[in-house]
Design a protein around this ligand. Structure first.
Ligand SMILES: C[S@@+](CC[C@H](N)C(=O)[O-])C[C@H]1O[C@@H](n2cnc3c(N)ncnc32)[C@H](O)[C@@H]1O
Length: 266
């Protein structure tokens, strides 16, 4: 299609560092075409020229590329499974602080959900949560920690009462839950991964990537996990050949990093 899309991908990579060729093309093209049409640009090249001239348009485009929807305890049943079956194992074998990573954390609901659950088991000083996203704007919102009621659809009244203070129609996360969390900008497709995690939570972002990009990410997550550590993925994000990445399926949507000797045999 001679609409300048391939060139647009190369130009965006140079301008923002984001490689759109690693995201599934059909979805991405649909979203960006809607934006291009909104500004009546004849093709993607003309749309890119507009983006370079207007930071607001570029922001809007980045927003559209990186769907930011999130909520507390999203898919509650999975969090219950984490709380009842995975965390007790991690806590039992823990030697020092538990090290957790919420990757592609969007506006913070996911790392705060983790902090709420973990604080039932451990003092806040006994675990750390690295919370990362490619989008600096959502990280700012996460750090502010102010949410409207849409974020609470799967929360109990008690949880809201315990962990938030109401400010008009909004709810602010209690500052103490921020203590274990470190927010950082990180692109899963190009930045180096920190190591030594007991648990990595990465949900509802892998669906946007090509198979090739996903495989690279699985391999990197596996290397970032401690042997016996867990990867928690989203509801439509099962890994088809986990052993390829030295992971074994532990329950639906949970994978465990194999101990070295098991991994070597495969
Ligand atoms: C739908 S949200 C998922 C939020 C949360 N994990 C959840 O399940 O509720 C997807 C997030 O992935 C982020 N994202 C997209 N591409 C990324 C990349 N290459 N590296 C890191 N984060 C990315 C977006 O900015 C967005 O905040």
């Amino acid at each position: 299609m001679a609409d300048g899309y391939e060139r647009f991908i190369a130009d965006m990579k140079q301008l923002t560092g984001i490689d759109l060729s690693l995201y599934k093309e059909e979805q991405m093209r649909r979203r960006l075409t809607a934006l291009k049409n909104k500004y009546q640009a004849a093709d993607f090249h003309e749309y890119f020229t507009l983006l370079k001239q207007d930071a607001r348009l570029l922001d809007e485009c980045l927003d559209r590329m990186t769907i930011n929807v999130s909520s507390f305890f999203r898919n509650r049943k999975r969090w219950t499974y984490l709380e009842e079956h995975i965390l007790p194992k991690l806590i039992e074998k823990r030697k020092g602080k538990l090290k957790i990573w919420s990757a592609a954390c969007s506006t913070g609901e996911e790392p705060y959900t983790l902090a709420m659950i973990l604080s039932k088991f451990l003092p806040l000083t006994d675990f750390t949560i690295l919370a990362t996203d490619i989008d600096a704007k959502v990280l700012e919102k996460a750090q502010t920690g102010l949410y409207d009621e849409r974020a609470f659809q799967e929360c109990t009244k008690d949880e809201i009462k315990t962990h938030f203070t109401q400010e008009g129609k909004l709810y602010r996360i209690t500052p103490r839950l921020k203590q274990p969390i470190r927010f950082k900008k990180h692109n899963l497709l190009s930045d180096p991964y920190e190591r030594g995690f007991d648990l990595i939570v990465c949900r509802n972002v892998l669906i946007y990537f090509t198979d090739q990009a996903k495989e690279k990410i699985y391999a990197s997550f596996s290397e970032s996990l401690m042997p016996g550590g867990f990867l928690f993925v989203g509801s439509t994000e099962q890994i088809f050949h986990p052993h390829t990445f030295h992971l074994q399926s532990s329950a639906t949507f949970f994978y465990q990093r194999m101990k070295e000797e098991v991994a070597l045999k495969n």
